[in-house]
Design a protein around this ligand. Structure first.
Ligand code: KG4
Ligand code: ZN
Length: 347
């Protein structure tokens, strides 16, 4: 396994990424090209994303190979995101990977994007291996999982409406802050008092128990509406600008409180005090410190570095190595699926 040189390809959304991984740990090359063009529209435009992947993927792969100091024929396996994601965007990466695997005669492995997020953190922290409770929070997903072993995933909770990152993005838009919203809200919140505009914590009734409908699930629509109402009230009285830091701090505190509380419920129920974060929202300093504080010294929080928390191809290569180890290679009939089921997921 340590001789494997895996080329990972990721094009499921608005990052064009390629990486070269040696064995299951040594990251030799790593390139992520973020498509800034979507900022103009306040969100990802699928057709623009596909075209941008098509234009840049060749160069991104070349960049990753150059960083690794190897040439394409030295690659011994190719791992590619097969879903979930934007179908047109996925197909660009998949077609590239299939063509390369066929030309080089290497095995091809189709990877589930969210399973890959689970593996990302381990590239930074070798100890971030099961068993653990995982909180995957990105622009497209919010999942709370119990992971007793790689390949064995128990879904405890998920979002009923917007994903956590999407909620940050929409909240930022309401406050006149730029996209992506999470980092902008974090910056604005530094100067804010979260208690000035108290916001609700959706689906967080303190008396809940395991088995109750709302115990682990998330919902952001109520929080978003509460923020919109509050913004409207402020605008009636004064300029919104001066209140933006306080509103940003209140939103961040509410969103983080729900995420941290539900994660700690999973820690309580499983008895496992090891938590792995994944996805773009894992960058949130407020989320990390809330969880680190609640886990205390008897627990461990593993959060990926910024370059491995957002969409990247290193995690795709790492997940491909795991699936390859189980003999799960794909043929050239491999297809992309926007709603690819999570492998090994029990609900
Ligand atoms: O994983 P990711 O890069 O892309 C998706 O697969 O969606 O996640 C991007 C999301 C965006 O919604 C962004 O607002 C959010 O992650 N994000 C944050 C922070 N940094 C990025 N949310 C809250 N706090 C942050 N510091
Ligand atoms: Zn992602």
């Amino acid at each position: 396994m340590s001789d494997l040189l895996t080329l990972g390809i990721e094009t499921s959304c608005d990052e064009t990424a390629a990486a070269v991984l040696q064995g299951d740990r040594q990251l030799l090359g790593h390139v992520i090209l973020s498509q800034d063009v979507h900022r103009l529209y306040g969100g990802v435009v699928p057709e623009i994303a596909s075209r941008a992947h098509l234009r840049t993927l060749d160069d991104v792969v070349r960049g990753a190979l150059a960083e690794a100091g190897i040439s394409l024929p030295q690659i011994t396996m190719i791992g590619v995101t097969a879903g979930p994601g934007l179908i047109g965007a996925l197909l660009v990466g998949l077609a590239w990977a299939k063509g390369a695997a066929w030309a080089l005669g290497t095995p091809l492995v189709g990877v589930h994007h969210m399973e890959a997020h689970l593996f990302a953190t381990q590239l930074d922290h070798p100890d971030a291996a099961p068993p653990f409770v995982a909180l995957l929070v990105s622009g497209g997903h919010t999942m709370l999982l119990w992971v007793p072993a790689w390949g064995e995933y128990h879904l405890l909770g998920k979002t009923r409406d917007d994903a956590a990152g999407e909620a940050f993005d929409k909240a930022a838009k309401l406050l006149g802050l730029p996209y992506p919203g999470g980092p902008a809200i974090q910056r604005a919140a530094e100067d804010g008092d979260p208690r000035r505009h108290p916001l609700p914590r959706p689906l967080l009734t303190r008396a809940q128990r395991p088995g109750d409908r709302d115990y682990y699930d998330f919902s952001y629509s109520g929080l978003k509406t509460a923020l919109r109402t509050r913004v409207g009230e402020v605008q009636q009285r004064q300029d919104l600008e001066g209140e933006v830091p306080h509103l940003a701090a209140a939103f961040q505190a509410a969103a983080v409180d729900v995420l941290a509380t539900k994660t700690m419920r999973a820690v309580g129920q499983t008895g496992c005090r090891r938590v792995v974060l994944g996805g773009g929202v894992a960058n949130s300093r407020a989320l990390r410190s809330a969880l680190a504080e609640r886990l205390g010294e008897t627990g461990a929080l593993y959060a990926p570095s910024a370059r491995l928390s957002t969409d990247n191809a290193a995690m795709i290569a790492r997940a491909a190595v795991f699936r390859f180890g189980r003999g799960e290679t794909a043929g050239l009939q491999l297809n992309a699926r926007a709603d690819l089921p999570f492998p090994g997921l029990r609900v």
